[in-house]
Design a protein around this ligand. Structure first.
Ligand SMILES: [Zn+2]
Length: 77
């Protein structure tokens, strides 16, 4: 890894350059990307669970009267 300011080659990766003292980015991008992926994954999981619950709620509402109708029809016959 090279210092972006003075171009000094650094063997040990530190928060600052040993040669000129310039502050270096310390994998902040990787951490934020992980956090983003974690949040994105959580959103997907929550959305899937919500869709699952909504679908079951809707099908329960739609199927029950249908079953009642078929039962009534079969009794009438
Ligand atoms: Zn430097």
């Amino acid at each position: 890894m090279k210092c972006p300011k003075c171009g000094q080659e650094m063997i040990d990766i530190k928060d600052y350059c040993v040669n000129c003292g310039a502050k270096l980015k310390k994998e902040s991008k990787g951490i934020s990307l992980k956090a983003l992926l974690l949040i994105f994954g959580l959103i997907i999981v929550v959305t899937v669970i919500a869709c699952y619950l909504i679908m079951h709620y809707n099908t329960d509402k739609e199927i029950k009267p249908y079953i009642d109708n078929t039962k009534n029809n079969s009794v009438e016959k």
